[in-house]
Design a protein around this ligand. Structure first.
Ligand code: 5GP
Length: 137
């Protein structure tokens, strides 16, 4: 079955379009975390950032940056969160790669980082670094 963003891209479901070109679509999120909360996605279907080709990834983030700049310039945002959830475990609910661009207006709302756990002493940090760098292309 097609995911909801594929259906929006194909025009089967209406959306509030913020930006569109041959490869990228940006729409307002149906549930506005803050005023202007926008989703930027490739028109081609990739499940998450993990399987998206770099050329497409760069196009999506280029648009995300431009939208974030416009939020500061035109909406009066004092900051912006740009984030993506990859896989259900990380909170991804629509399996079509998308980047959230969330303008921030008020102080004290905090960030989107999960609460930091104090892992001091429990991890072999050089081993952790070695594993991550080994897995990078
Ligand atoms: P995720 O949880 O996968 O990172 O984000 C999915 C986002 O898509 C959610 O913030 C949700 O509100 C939004 N969303 C789900 N269905 C629709 C829809 O039909 N239209 C729009 N514009 N946004 C949607």
């Amino acid at each position: 079955m097609k995911d909801v963003f594929c259906r929006i891209i194909e025009g089967e479901i209406p959306s509030n379009k913020v930006y569109e070109d041959d490869d990228v679509l940006a729409i307002l999120d149906i549930s506005q975390a803050t005023r202007g909360h926008t989703l930027v996605m490739p028109k081609a279907h990739y499940e998450s950032i993990l399987d998206t080709p770099k050329a497409i990834l760069h196009k999506v983030y280029d648009v995300a940056q431009r939208i974030a700049q416009a939020m500061v310039a035109e909406l009066g945002a004092k900051g912006v969160n740009i984030l993506t959830n990859a896989k259900e475990m990380a909170g991804q609910t629509v399996p079509h790669f998308h980047v959230h661009v969330i303008p921030r207006y008020m102080a004290g709302e905090g960030g989107f980082m999960i609460e930091m756990k104090n892992n001091e002493g429990k991890e072999d940090l050089p081993l952790l670094v070695a594993k991550i760098t080994h897995g990078m292309d």
